[in-house]
Write a protein that binds this ligand. Structure first.
Ligand code: GLC
Length: 654
């Protein structure tokens, strides 16, 4: 009996020979050899996950061949300039981990009108110190409501309101010229129901019906629903939608118009691979892979974080690396800390999944500490997170375009004597302005009566107190709000990974209620924290008498300092330490390059950290605060002003 699986039968040499019969064969020997190097390097990492996913299929070899043909075609059409960039990235594998990497994220239209407008704003980004620009979904969305562009109709066209593919290529080239890498969203978990594949599926084409999850009746959907949570319980309850047009129930995790793709079908993986490489060849350097936790469904589970979802990402990575070795993946997996680490690649997949992932827990803990004026939960929770793999970077952020869900684990809360449920309820109250003493102005997003979850919308500045304080013309409160804004930025700049500034936060932009006038947006209050860039206000950044200038210039100056602080390299270890002052958070960044001690006062009162505590943390002798001008002596206790952050380095032994 023959026990060999279809995977064992793969002969890499003949596969490569086969590829030479396509466009690769037209390239010169040097180019073919460079391809061969990447092919040899990555094929084991292609086969491992693909075997997990599709290894038992008799047509495995044909699908593999198809995927590699896609890869070889993309390599053959990659521009010389991008191939040189690939070489540069391979030669400097830690390029995205350096302290000089500073991220900025915004919507094309809200930031600058269109892609050409973004190009014109490059000097602004440079002034701030940005080296990584994430533009929110910009591929052709469905008309009407489209979840902020997360319902894509055509992945090979740019949203016509923003420009053309040509404009995108021009923008990537201009950004590259200025040392800024472009990241865009790739919505790989679902398409718009108007996508060509979905239309063909509706028309009854079985090939395309197999691209989605379609069921003739409620039998399977009902079974799945027993263990599935709801992402948008308010405006899109349930996970399946019935369509008269095709008499089928379709899997729709998010909105009704976003159809989940079926990665059980290798043809879907191949299509998405082709799209990824197409985008990489336009000059996109980082793909933000949307909603990756949902990529694989398994009955009896919550259908998130399945091992196969990781295998899909690993296959994507290894395959894309062969053609475009400089391309990076950023995982958008808003999941608990223990589920998050595997997206950065663990075990056999170490360094072989995504290079960057959102640090959702850090974001939540920062807001939690600010509301509580205590850092005990944050210290405990961060200490209990596993170490970050060295070749990766967190995306450290305070606000993004999404709501804040209080992902605080019951175990972490219990360990420090809090009830997880009550603490989450407190945070929802605090940030939706229900808590009497709150400084925050936010809104409840998606109240879920089944588990009591209330997520939060609101801009950083409004949540940090600037909206309420300026409205009340309370200057003391305004000062405190500005300090909170700066504290949060000092934290993400000091954490390991890429700090990501959300458009407008550098100016302190407040909640924008204008979304209520647009019927396509009105039911989704996340638009309140997706304001239009106020370029008039931005002009004030040079006028020192304005709040805008105070915020912008302070953030800019911290960015400049961060860029020159070697200990902020993402490979430096990053761990929380107890300062024995419940209001002061302590973080150490340590590597062979040296050590940095970050102290952050999360309260509106002065705080003291005794010098012997600083000694115990391994920082003796003369210290400098990289965020301040005054030298520090080597003996007195350290005093932190309200919301002050110190970045301390030891300059001498005594
Ligand atoms: C991600 C996006 C979110 C969107 C969802 C569905 O979570 O960040 O805005 O609603 O995916 O695409």
């Amino acid at each position: 009996m023959n026990n060999r699986s279809p995977v064992d039968a793969i002969d890499l040499n003949s596969l490569f020979e086969h590829l030479l019969s396509g466009p690769l064969g037209q390239m010169n020997a040097m180019e073919q050899n460079l391809f061969r190097i990447q092919f040899d390097l990555h094929m084991p990492d292609v086969l491992r996950p693909l075997a997990t996913l599709y290894g038992k299929r008799p047509d495995f070899a044909a699908h593999l061949e198809n995927m590699l043909e896609i890869v070889a075609r993309a390599y053959a059409s990659r521009s010389e300039e991008l191939r040189l960039l690939d070489l540069r990235r391979i030669s400097e594998p830690d390029w995205f981990q350096k302290p000089s990497m500073i991220g900025y994220v915004g919507y094309v239209d809200r930031f600058a009108g269109d892609l050409a407008g973004v190009k014109e704003r490059i000097p602004y980004l440079k002034e701030l110190g940005v080296t990584y620009l994430h533009l929110m979904p910009l591929l052709k969305p469905r008309p009407g409501a489209n979840d902020g562009g997360y319902a894509v109709m055509d992945y090979r066209q740019v949203n016509s309101a923003y420009g053309t593919l040509e404009n995108l290529r021009e923008l990537t080239a201009a950004l590259r010229q200025e040392g800024i890498s472009l990241c865009i969203d790739l919505v790989c978990n679902h398409t718009a129901k108007e996508h060509e594949w979905a239309r063909k599926a509706v028309a009854g084409d079985p090939t395309y019906q197999d691209y989605y999850y379609m069921f003739p009746n409620r039998v399977m959907p009902d079974q799945y629903e027993m263990t599935l949570p709801e992402v948008f319980p308010d405006f899109a309850p349930g996970n399946f939608t019935f369509y008269d047009s095709c008499q089928r129930w379709v899997w729709t995790t998010f909105n009704e118009y976003q159809w989940d793709l079926n990665y059980g079908n290798p043809a879907v993986l191949a299509e998405m691979l082709d799209i990824m490489l197409f985008l990489a060849n336009q000059g996109v350097e980082i793909l933000r892979l949307d909603a990756v936790a949902f990529l694989w469904k398994r009955l009896g589970t919550d259908c998130q974080n399945q091992p196969e979802a990781h295998a899909i990402l690993q296959a994507f990575r290894a395959l894309t690396r062969i053609a475009a070795p400089g391309l990076l993946f950023k995982a958008e997996a808003i999941v608990s800390p223990d589920q998050l680490l595997p997206y950065l690649g663990l075990g056999a997949a170490t360094h072989k999944e995504c290079e960057i992932a959102y640090h959702n827990s850090l974001m939540v803990l920062l807001w939690s500490s600010l509301a509580e004026r205590r850092v005990v939960l944050m210290t405990h929770a961060l200490q209990n997170m596993p170490d970050t793999p060295v070749g990766c970077a967190w995306l450290a952020y305070i606000r993004c375009h999404d709501d804040i869900g209080w992902a605080i684990r019951d175990e972490d809360a219990a360990a420090i004597g809090l009830s997880g449920f009550l603490h989450r309820a407190f945070l929802s109250d605090f940030y939706s302005s229900r808590f009497p003493e709150t400084f925050a102005r936010g809104m409840t997003f998606q109240y879920n009566p089944k588990n009591g979850d209330r997520r939060i919308s609101g801009t950083l500045a409004s949540l940090a107190g600037l909206e309420a304080a300026t409205e009340q013309r309370n200057w003391q409160e305004t000062d405190l709000a500005v300090r909170r804004i700066l504290l949060l930025h000092a934290m993400i700049l000091a954490f390991n990974g890429i700090p990501m500034i959300y458009m407008g936060d550098e100016l302190g932009l407040l909640n924008d209620p204008s979304y209520l006038d647009d019927p396509n947006l009105a039911d989704d209050n996340r638009w309140a924290h997706r304001p239009f860039m106020d370029w008039h206000q931005a002009e004030q950044r040079h006028d020192w008498q304005t709040l805008t200038a105070r915020i912008f210039q302070a953030i800019r100056s911290m960015i400049q300092t961060a860029k020159h602080t070697l200990n902020l390299h993402a490979q430096a270890r990053c761990y929380a330490v107890w300062t024995y002052n419940e209001q002061v958070f302590g973080l150490i960044r340590a590597s062979a390059r040296g050590k940095l001690l970050v102290l952050a006062n999360f309260s509106e009162h002065d705080q003291i950290v005794p010098r012997h505590r600083i000694h115990d943390m391994g920082f003796k002798g003369v210290l400098v605060n990289r965020l301040g001008e005054q030298p520090l002596d080597s003996w007195s206790d350290l005093k932190l002003e309200p919301y002050q952050v110190l970045w301390l380095e030891q300059v001498s032994e005594d």
